[in-house]
Design a protein around this ligand. Sequence first.
Ligand code: BJW
Ligand code: ZN
Length: 270
Amino acid sequence: MGAFAPGAWTLTAEFSDRLLARLADAKFVVAFTGAGVSAESGVPTFRGAEGIWKKSKPEELASMNAFMKNPALVWEWYAHRKKLIASIQPNRSHTALVRMEQMFQQFAIITQNIDNLHRRAGSRTVYELHGNIERNYCITCGRPQTNEEVLRQPGVPRCPACGGLVRPDVVWFGEFLPEDQWDASVRAAESADVFISIGTSGVVYPAASLPVMAKLRGAFLVEVNPEPTPLTERADEFLQGASGGIMSALVARLSAGKSGPPLTEQSLQS
Ligand code: BJW
Ligand code: ZN
């Protein structure tokens, strides 16, 4: 799915026997994903050197106060992101997680991402903690609107039924997470044998409490990130690097078994 030449790389990442053994025994595996997972598709992260929040303050864009104060500014940002996300593709991390779902008795993705790339890649059990940028709704009457409808309207989109302001169906700071998605995520975290936190800075709550919740209930906690985070010292395994390469290599290793032949990305796609 990603923009790569098939067979152009071989798998070099090393995984500990402990991690491979825990995965071999695991009945329920949970992947907890953040913006870093979509970075290789071209979606900017929030924090860090290239992050969105370097240029704009979160409270000026991602809160109800910000929206009521300046809906045009907030919509300019969302219209830009909606168009960007519609134009890009899932990457190797998303594909690897689709493969993992097929490998374990139970598998769930808990995502903080709003870009819908896990579903577009083909993952089935996906809990979305912070909403989905493909949906919108009227803040007065709740009527949903598609992206096509909102992007057709210049400036701030309005509800055709009541004239109210339309907002993206995402979770801003100070707002509660969708209860059904949160409850399902807590259940998954509490039941996971292996919990893999991938591409998240782990600073936004309550989402950031899930890896710790999983570990306290006995899960083997794995973190995949190019940089250490507040979670790193609690992780049983820290796989340092970009998630596309690491997750593809991990899936290839699991598919091949311990003594399997070296795989190429081409064989992963087939
Ligand atoms: C790679 C990579 C590669 C790079 N491979 N990795 C004090 C004051 C005020 C509020 C609070 C407070 N303390 C706690 C709060 C609550 C607040 C909060 O947590 N704030 C903290 C930030 C301080 N939380 C909330 O408000 C939440 N609601 C809530 O608590 O409800 C209860 C309540 C109700 C009423 C009143 C008060 C409380 C809601 C949080 C909503 C978060 N929304 C956003 C925006 C979504 C919409 C949109 O996108 O437009 O969600 S903010 C943003 O952060 C987005 C993300 O999902 C979220 C997490 O970010 P993520 O995914 O971790 O991304 P980054 O950029 O931080 O990290 C990327 C990582 O990837 C990095 O580590 C890189 O190294 C790595 N990376 N390339 C792998 N190739
Ligand atoms: Zn309305």
